[in-house]
Design a protein around this ligand. Structure first.
Ligand code: AMO
Length: 428
């Protein structure tokens, strides 16, 4: 008999189901197993009087075990689990579990030690499925818009993202680095004649920071496309991309997210508000008496991001806000500049930066000048070559997938990631 899923069970039809036993209750006359698969759960009821042999199969079997049952689903007004129960005629214990070392209210670090058990909860299953659905919605949008998915190397010969620290690895008799971003290679794809590319892949950052939004390895949804007129085109595309991702999440899981996380999935309207950094500073000062510290002038910091969100909500009733016109000393060398202003942006959502993006400098001479200015030319010699033999004007951005989902569900990044990597965390 072929396994069927719990939500496919038909009353009184002989069927086979299997899954984790999330609860086993052994009473005087009955044994009740709550069996869970990816579609839901059902109570399996065994009568000690009439099903003695079957009950014996469950001797010493505790919650966490994986069990297969053959039998029939019947309707019962006494059962809480959706008024349905499963009456087995056969029991097959596929994997016998030991007692879970994870107590119900364990702290996040203990939960991470036993992450695979922790992830079995309904909330965590939803969290992972929401992330998958968000990416699915964005991928679909990219395919629809003529994008090609690429896979760039993560082992590279030079640091790929100035401004963030890089992990060094021993590479035979020389040094290699873990890619901080696919930045150089997604641009190379455009110099290769692909006009629109995306990649969903890990980025590695050797940032020794323990915040609720930084990981040393995270997943980035990277976009790069050619023949743009300005970075406005890049922001326009990001609006559509996020709307596609969030629409899919809302449609599939909006109610469940409200129920389990008490968070509303709001599909944003277009256009998202856009503001120049200088104007934002003025608003933050006027409204919240906030002044950016000297060190961060020309850039944002965590506090300013929180307030920018507050401002966007108050002024525009919008959860998203694009910030533009950063200072050139604070932005990557590859941003195109106009009147000395980097043609880039950050996107803030629910109090944190979820994206950086820009129109790129595609003119070899200009780019080389900007590299020289930052003292990088030697390190990025290979990258400069991409622009020597013809390259269309282009731009792009990256969305931190983990950070996005964390904000969507109101979690910390440790709680949100499938497996978190931080300065003190390399296991499991
Ligand atoms: P940036 O460095 O701003 O831009 O990264 C893009 C987005 O990635 C996420 N992010 C992180 N998420 C978790 N942990 C971290 N340590 C971390 N660092 C960044 C954030 C951030 O907005 N090459 C450019 C993008 C581009 O211009 O296309 C870049 O990497 O959500």
């Amino acid at each position: 008999m072929k396994r069927i899923l719990i939500n496919e069970l038909v009353e009184n039809e002989e069927s086979k189901i299997s899954g984790f036993a999330s609860k086993i209750r052994d009473t005087k006359y009955m044994i009740f197993v709550i069996l869970k698969d990816r579609t839901g759960s059902i109570q399996v009821s065994l009568d000690k009087g009439t099903q003695e042999e079957l009950c014996k199969e469950l001797d010493g079997v505790i919650a966490g075990s994986v069990i297969e049952f053959e039998g029939k689903m019947v309707l019962s007004e006494y059962v809480k689990q959706g008024g349905k129960e499963f009456i087995p005629s056969k029991v097959n214990v596929l994997s016998k579990a030991e007692a879970s070392p994870l107590e119900e209210n364990a702290n996040i670090d203990t939960r991470m030690d036993y992450r695979w058990i922790d992830l079995r909860s309904e909330k965590n299953q939803l969290m992972l499925n929401v992330q998958s659905t968000f990416v699915e919605g964005m991928r679909e949008h990219c395919y629809k818009e003529g994008f090609t998915e690429i896979h760039t190397p993560k082992l590279i010969g030079a640091a790929s993202e100035s401004g963030s620290d890089v992990f060094e690895v021993k590479y035979f008799d020389r040094k290699a680095y873990l890619a901080q971003s696919p930045q150089f290679y997604k641009q190379m794809a455009l110099a290769s004649g692909l006009e629109r590319v995306f990649e969903v892949a890990p980025c590695f950052r050797a940032e020794n920071s323990n915040t609720n939004r930084h990981a040393t390895e995270f997943t980035s949804f990277d976009i790069e496309f050619a023949y743009i007129d300005s970075f406005e085109d890049v922001m326009d595309f990001e609006e559509d991309l996020i709307i596609a991702g969030l629409s899919k999440v809302k449609e599939r899981y909006g109610d469940k997210i409200k129920e389990l996380f008490d968070k509303e999935v709001i599909v944003p309207t277009k256009p998202f508000p856009r503001i120049k950094l200088e104007d934002l500073y003025k608003e933050l000062e006027k409204r919240y008496n906030y002044q950016i510290p000297e060190f961060d002038v020309g850039d944002m910091n965590a506090e300013a991001e929180g307030l920018a969100y507050k401002y966007a909500m108050e002024e525009f009733g919008h959860e998203f806000i694009f910030i533009t016109d950063f200072k050139k000393t604070k932005r990557a060398f590859y941003h195109m500049r106009k009147n000395d202003i980097p043609q880039g942006f950050d996107l803030i959502w629910r109090g944190a930066e979820i994206t950086s993006g820009a129109q790129r400098e595609h003119r070899y001479e200009e780019l080389k000048k900007q590299c020289d200015e930052k003292g990088l030319t030697k390190d990025v010699e290979f990258y400069l070559q991409f622009f020597k033999y013809g390259c269309p004007p282009h731009g792009g951005f990256a969305i931190g997938v983990d950070r996005f989902n964390m904000l969507l569900l109101g979690l910390s990044i440790k709680e949100e990631m499938f497996i978190f990597r931080g300065p003190n965390r390399l296991e499991p």
